[in-house]
Write a protein that binds this ligand. Structure first.
Ligand code: G3P
Ligand code: MG
Length: 372
């Protein structure tokens, strides 16, 4: 086993300071402190399972449990998505028991809003999510012609005859004569439910002539090939933590499959743009959102900030936070598991059993450093 200069023992906090530790009247207030929380594996394990520590921590930070004289700012940064930001924010506010404002949630596709401006008036294939929820996400970002795979299947079922449209899907398809529609991009916004269908449609567009289904551009398998359709992914996670004890495959695994199949068919490397954690665009966007939130709550939005990213995935949460100059807290309630003493791929500031222990440690750490 690789022994790097640092060891797990140096990083672990496994005790809480509980009720005794923090008092609104006596505890100095850490003025520069802010938190960025990952969702899956930190606040939740699966769609319907909110961790009790998560609710307690958000009560603490919002000041509603009386242990802090005023709220400590935080936002959520997830590689998840698949529903419009507004809707997801309302659902999470309900689940977590705290009112999240518009600047406190960054989903995998939220930073793409600005990037896809150039496709506003062009047909785009939207991949992922349940039903047509990702079409609604695309529309909420101003895209006027977002089509989904079900629309294409309704037009020509033989394009992928392995799965048939359900009656529910037939109720929301928007079909047209796609032999006249020139797609400009394919945008993967969330995990997809039909890998075979969606891989086929994406590869069709990448090798097509002017983004028209049913065509293949001359030289699609030649090294100097330049396709007419841009491929964008919102989340690079190969694995993520649901309510199943073993991590599940994520959008990153879907991308890896496309890369391999594209390579085997064309001999070429898949051309694509990647968003989501750990990439700079997502952390820069999140910093902007956090400062917009500080402005919104009349706090100094230009001042020095000590942000602690709390995440369960070293490859996305910890790597991204470290590269962005934030502190990072790796929890054991998600993808990361050091039962056999494995070192995480990226070194966090600390490792904690869960979000509650991590947050309380960070508050004490800021006070210990005199940041108040
Ligand atoms: O599909 C979501 C998954 O990749 C991870 O989400 O919240 O842990 O960044 P999150
Ligand atoms: Mg996670």
């Amino acid at each position: 086993m690789l022994r790097s200069a640092w060891s797990i023992r140096q990083l672990v906090v496994n005790r809480t300071i509980g009720q005794r530790g923090l008092h609104a009247t006596t505890t100095p207030f850490p003025n520069k402190l802010a938190f960025a929380f990952d969702i899956d594996g930190v606040l939740k394990q699966g769609h319907h399972n909110v961790l009790p520590q998560a609710k307690r921590v958000l009560e603490l930070l919002s000041g509603s449990d009386g242990r802090l004289p005023k709220p400590i700012p935080f936002l959520l940064i997830t590689n998840g998505g698949g529903v419009p930001d507004e809707e997801r924010r309302a659902i999470l506010s309900e689940e977590l028991g705290v009112e999240l404002t518009e600047n406190q949630l960054v989903q995998s596709h939220t930073p793409i809003k600005e990037y896809v401006e150039k496709y506003k008036n062009k047909p785009v294939l939207i991949i992922g999510g349940k039903g047509e929820s990702c079409r609604r996400v695309a529309e909420s970002y101003g895209l006027k012609y977002p089509y989904i795979p079900q629309d294409i299947i309704a037009w020509k079922p033989s394009i992928w005859d392995r799965t048939e449209l359900t009656n529910e899907e037939k109720s929301f398809v928007k079909t047209t004569d796609f032999s006249k529609i020139s797609f400009a991009a394919a945008l993967v916004m969330h995990d997809t439910h039909d890998w075979g269908r969606d891989i086929t449609l994406i590869l069709d567009l990448l090798s097509s002539n002017k983004g028209i289904f049913g065509t293949r551009k001359k030289g699609y398998d030649k090294s100097n090939f330049k396709g007419d359709v841009e491929l964008i992914f919102s989340n690079a996670d190969v694995e993520w933590r649901s309510d199943w004890p073993i991590p599940r495959l994520g959008q990153g695994a879907f991308r890896l499959s496309i890369e391999n199949i594209y390579k085997s068919i064309t001999g070429l490397n898949l051309p694509f743009i990647q968003f989501g954690k750990p990439f700079k665009s997502t952390y820069d966007f999140s910093e902007l959102m956090l400062r917009r939130y500080l402005k919104q709550v009349n706090r100094n939005s230009n001042g020095e900030l000590n942000v602690y990213m709390v995440g369960d995935n070293p490859l996305s949460d910890i790597d991204g936070a470290n590269r962005h100059g934030w502190s990072s807290i790796l929890v054991r309630t998600g993808v990361f598991n050091d039962n056999n003493g494995e070192l995480p791929s990226h070194k966090p500031t600390i490792i904690s059993d869960d979000v509650e222990k991590g947050v309380e440690w960070a508050i004490q750490e800021e006070i210990r450093k005199g940041n108040y």
